[in-house]
Design a protein around this ligand. Structure first.
Ligand SMILES: [Zn+2]
Ligand SMILES: [Zn+2]
Length: 102
C-alpha cells in the first residue's frame, strides 16, 4: 500500500485545530498547541535525533499552511515561528485521533 498523502489541510479557527484529510480517507484534527509542540525543526528540537514534544510557552494559532513538495507541509505560527517542516509520515505518526492511539 502506498504511503498516504495529504489531500486537504483545513484550519478550524474556533476549535483552534487543523483538520487533515488523507488519501486513505483518514481524517483527524490536530490541536494547534499540540502541533506546535511537535515542531520538528532544529531550532525547537536541537540535534538529539529523536523528536520530542515541547509544550509551547503560550497558546498559538496556525497563521499559514504551505505545501512542501509532495511530502510535507510547513506551518507558520502566531508566535512568529515558521521553520518547521511537517512530513506526512511524521504527521501520521503523531496523529492524535483515537484510532491511531494518539
Ligand atoms: Zn520549530
Ligand atoms: Zn489518526
Amino acid at each position: 500500500m502506498p504511503a498516504p498523502v495529504l489531500t486537504e489541510a483545513r484550519r478550524l479557527p474556533e476549535e483552534r485545530r487543523l483538520r487533515l484529510t488523507w488519501s486513505d480517507h483518514h481524517v483527524a484534527e490536530y490541536p494547534y498547541d499540540y502541533l506546535r509542540g511537535w515542531c520538528p525543526c532544529a531550532g525547537c528540537q536541537g540535534h538529539s535525533g529523536k523528536i520530542r514534544y515541547q509544550p509551547p510557552a503560550q497558546p498559538v494559532t496556525a497563521t499559514t499552511i504551505k505545501p512542501v513538495g509532495n511530502y510535507a507541509i510547513s506551518i507558520g505560527w502566531s508566535d512568529g515561528h515558521g521553520t518547521g517542516i511537517y512530513r506526512y509520515d511524521f504527521l501520521r505518526e503523531i496523529c492524535p485521533c483515537a484510532e491511531c492511539g494518539g
